[in-house]
Design a protein around this ligand. Structure first.
Ligand SMILES: Cc1ncc(COP(=O)(O)O)c(C=O)c1O
Length: 422
């Protein structure tokens, strides 16, 4: 396709006229579509409905009545499924409630209030900073913002966050206490951390003795096009002599039911004991019936894997629509670049500088709500105003096809407007 960024003023004006005519048609068609969050489609949720009838009895394998109080850290059979699926020893896993975000918030709060390994609680320090590989997950950044933790943007590369930047920052600044990582099929770019990235994170010298890696493996078992292997940070950190550095999180939110799934946190055995020492004041135990429901439904980690294959089959056509429409409409125009994820939940795109907000605004006027531009950066401030997250799962194939057509017209329109203004 012709490079629109090299068009003459006359060519741009002609294109703008055509695009505006197309855009007006879309606005008139009165479409209403919400693509703002990465939610599974109802048809994906239906694939887990069997779970709702999966409880014929309530007794766990160690003889507990799952309807009653007991067990802080999860029933053994749920731990075993997570242990096998994520390759983490069961003794290092605490099964939680319905949301890993809750476990992450609790983890940061614990460090703020109580500290770890005898170090000063972060809340008593004048300044606490976190590294935030960006674009990233807005709710990680939200936790920091709410708790007054200063966020430092770290650029992403094809192999994970820029490790040169990270290593030089953490080596010198004792107030840098943590980093948010989504190591596999990252939100939003779908990037998988390379072996070298994981090893460097595990082994790097940090000025802070209580530096923590918040390893949010939310998409750890979510391949669509290719099952990429990412090294286990718990193993690598132990091997590098920093066993207590990583706190590992995941959940079945994007496996069964978001908001009604099962989460877990994993860490070294020493950190597991520390976490349990506080959790015991928060709850007598999480929802064991839901854990048992999940166990009965999946049976084992192989069952979970087979379920993920069904989800991948359902999601693949939607990712293909997004990627093929972008290719057809924008390849070679110079107006947009995009990620090609092998799994996960999102496609990330970058417009010309200063065009993301305007693109999302135009799309919204035409009836399609997308994740706000800027949301993928700390403080919702994308310094170049280029990044937009596309969440293909929720709409139907027909709706998504239409939404992507509209999106491409809006990308071109915002781009042409910018080029003309220059
Ligand atoms: C990277 C990441 N972490 C965590 C979550 C939320 O997980 P949960 O529902 O377990 O809180 C999401 C949901 O979109 C996510 O993208």
């Amino acid at each position: 396709m012709a490079k629109i960024t090299e068009y003459s003023k006359e060519q741009l004006e002609q294109l703008q006229k055509e695009l505006l005519a197309q855009y007006d048609e879309y606005v008139k068609s009165g479409l209403k579509l919400d693509m703002s969050r990465g939610k599974p489609a109802p048809s994906q949720l239906d694939l887990s409905n069997g779970m709702l009838d999966a409880l014929e009895d309530y007794t766990t394998e160690n003889g507990l009545d799952a309807r009653n109080y007991g067990v802080l850290d999860g029933i053994p059979e749920m731990k075993k499924i997570f242990s096998d699926a994520f390759d983490i020893p069961a003794s290092q896993i605490i099964v939680g409630g319905n949301a890993s975000l809750n476990l992450m918030f609790d983890a940061v709060m614990r460090l703020m209030v109580f500290g770890t390994e005898g170090n000063t609680p972060w809340g008593k320090l004048d300044t606490v900073k976190f590294l935030c590989p960006s674009p990233g997950y807005d709710r990680h950044f939200g936790i920091c913002e709410r708790l007054g933790i200063e966020m430092i943007v770290v650029p992403m590369t094809e192999s994970g966050p820029d490790m040169d930047v990270i290593e030089s920052l953490v080596a010198e600044d004792e107030s840098i206490k943590g980093i948010w990582c989504v190591p596999k099929y990252s939100n939003p770019q779908g990037i998988c951390y390379s072996d070298e990235t994981v090893k460097r994170l595990a082994a790097m010298k940090t000025a802070a003795k209580d530096f923590r890696i918040f390893w949010d493996n939310a998409y750890g078992v979510h391949p669509i096009f290719e099952d990429v292997k990412v090294l286990n940070i718990l193993d690598e950190a132990k091997a590098a002599g920093n066993p207590n550095r990583p706190l590992y999180f995941a959940s079945t939110s994007k496996i069964t039911f978001p908001g009604a799934g099962v989460s877990f946190v994993a860490a070294s055995e020493e950190m597991v004991a520390e976490i349990k020492g506080v959790t015991t004041y928060q709850t007598i135990g999480y929802d064991k019936l839901n854990q048992l429901r999940h166990v009965r439904f999946f049976k084992d980690a192989e069952g979970l894997k087979a379920h993920m294959q069904k989800l991948a089959d359902a999601m693949k056509p939607k990712f293909q629509i997004v990627l093929s429409t972008l290719e057809k409409e924008l390849e070679g125009t110079g107006l947009l670049s995009w990620s090609s994820p092998k799994g996960g939940y999102f496609v990330s795109v970058d417009t010309l500088e200063g065009c993301a907000k305007e693109t999302v605004r135009l799309v919204k006027e035409a009836g399609v709500v997308m994740t706000g531009a800027g949301a993928t950066y700390p403080y919702k401030k994308d310094p170049k105003d280029t990044n937009i997250r596309i969440a293909p799962t929720y709409p139907s194939v027909e709706e998504l096809t239409k939404a992507m057509e509209i999106f491409c017209v809006c990308v071109k329109l915002a781009g042409v407007q910018k080029l003309l203004a220059e």
